[in-house]
Ligand binder design. Sequence first.
Ligand code: ASP
Length: 359
Amino acid sequence: MRPSILLIFLFLICFSCGELVPNPDEHPENITRNSSENDKIPKAEFAIIIHGGAGTILKKNMTPEREAEYKKKLEEAIRVGYNILKNGGTSLDAVQRTINVMEDSPLFNAGKGAVFTNAETNELDASIMDGKTLNAGASAGTTSVKNPINLARIIMDKSPHVMMAGVGAETYAKEQGLTLVEPNYFFTDKRFKSLERVKASEAKKENDAKTAFYDADIKNSKFGTVGCAALDKDGNLAAGTSTGGMTNKRYGRVGDSPIIGAGTYANNNSCAVSSTGWGEYFIRAMVAHDISALMQYKGLTLKEAAQEVIQNKVPELGGDGGIVAVDQNGNMVAEFNTAGMYRATMNDKGELRIGIYKK
Ligand code: ASP
């Protein structure tokens, strides 16, 4: 073969090989996590992120006092989990105890501040997941368990089941010695008024059956679920979520919060996620598991995966809300497509960040 023909031949081989190698800019799904920016940042020893619900949270509707109240409670909650992690405790304990603080506050739609059902009762849902073992626990529709996240944890740790609902879940909580309360423990004026407003608007037939609990009024108060995701010093991830669900819910409606894969998911090979938002859409989009799967099977970073699900998949279906998540390197992400989301992070250096509105 003449040298010039050989050169042309070699050039053609190289050119066609180049065509076969995907351009990562055009095909972000081909970027592996190991080559991403995120992975160049040293792994954090531990990390914790929380949310207190997403929704139409606008600065113009907030008083400085109210804002300060939320920030104070978010800080109090996250510091509980931070101290557990700092002292070598597990991510599961950090998640559970952090959520307890928010469940005990009337500010959030979980535990004490749970929203009312159409029947003027409070039906609470919660779930927790261990990223090391993929073990999980969840409870739905309980009316007397003070801290539903504790029931979810005990279902995970002590029972052969993942999920318990209603009267059976209450019986189990009682048997396990969890704190039970009278129904009026969950009464708060703010939530009751919210229910009255939604019912009044429903009576005027302003909403059809499908949108009954999503009118403009309730848009502002429909969210408020709490959640937490954490990475501990042993490299174990965990996530948990607790909620009163949605104002004016009926027929035993259960949202995404107690559904493993929708409201909560944790896997040491990817991330830990807690969701908040319009539950029906979060179930259909399998939000929390989808984020984990995009990381595990497609090599997306946590940020890329969360954006894909929250900014594309959920709104394309018609839903709204957000998530908080942490990956196995301690990268934390708060992603939401609503006007705001109560949120806070703390890293292993003790740096605290609190946010409410979109930047
Ligand atoms: N996701 C919850 C539900 O649909 C509501 C919320 O996040 O505030 O029950």
